[in-house]
Design a protein around this ligand. Sequence first.
Ligand code: NAD
Ligand code: UDP
Length: 314
Amino acid sequence: MKRHKILVTGGAGFIGSHLCRRLLSEGHDVLCVDSLFTGSKDNVLDLLDDKRFEFIRHDICSPLVLEVDRIYNLACPASPVHYQFNPVHTTKTSVNGTINMLGLARRTKARILQASTSEVYGDPEVHPQPEGYWGRVNTIGPRACYDEGKRCAETLFFDYHRQHKLDIKVARIFNTYGPNMHPNDGRVVSNFIVQALQDKDITIYGDGSQTRSFQYVDDLVGGLLALMESPAGFTGPVNMGNPDEFTIRQLAEKVLQLLPESKSKLIYRPLPQDDPKQRQPDISLAREKLGWEPKIKLDDGLRRTVEYFRRTLK
Ligand code: NAD
Ligand code: UDP
């Protein structure tokens, strides 16, 4: 296998830190670039002594001159609480930051992969969502800075591909969870587990009948690697998610079953604006083109994530 010099933007975040670890274990050189807005050096602390790993604190909204032959562009806050904190900067990260990374790929002739999202489908009317569905996104709502930023990033990827012959890959990632999630980042899996471990009420938004399909992070990382090393003619976009769909209430019940000692109760809070009602990936394309599908069941992944938060919160 060829040894690559790989840039991972957002490499100190939840998914990025798992990706850096996996790429190092496969013998590559890894450059992790992260502004540490939502990520943390703690996520990559054990990698800092590895001579094939470098960490650079940098915001991708400013250009960066590096020599690499693979780029995974993951930099972008992903939880609604964080991406709505500074919405203008969220859009800048997906637009200006992506232009900078595409420019870097063009100069170095690197292959570049975009961490896109199921949010490009918005609150979908087609269920499950195939890649050919164009989505239903509110352009002026509070989620738009993220959703429209990511949609524009996809547009930029395909224009660089057509105009400059860039070697691109686009993954549309569905809800992903696992160790290294930020305990306060507001996403549902981390919220419910942290609340249950701390005997706090479990906050279900709305009536909890909205659905999501949760993918364990190791499955996703395997998919990202398979996509990056897929033949040059295959660009995606390709869905990456676990098709097992659950209501948010079912998720809360599962967390409580895993923590029977918890004194937490379910409580109901208003549903945030534009919260998608349902979400489930159609992964036929990933199965066909990449031979990839998730392996880890929700109960198993939740158990591993509970153990992580139990250790971290201590
Ligand atoms: P995360 O917030 O843990 O990681 C994002 C990382 O990017 C953080 O380390 C953050 O500090 C860094 N970052 C943010 N803005 C930056 C900037 N301008 N310059 C440099 N670094 C910056 O989130 P995550 O869950 O690991 O998500 C990683 C990527 O995957 C994101 O692009 C996200 O949109 C995408 N994604 C994630 C999910 C999911 O369920 N976790 C779903 C779909 C897509
Ligand atoms: N959610 C919830 N309680 C929480 C956090 C989130 O009920 O404490 C709901 C949220 O309204 C949404 C779902 O869980 O319907 C997933 O939310 P998350 O922010 O994790 O991801 P996204 O909405 O971006 O898919």
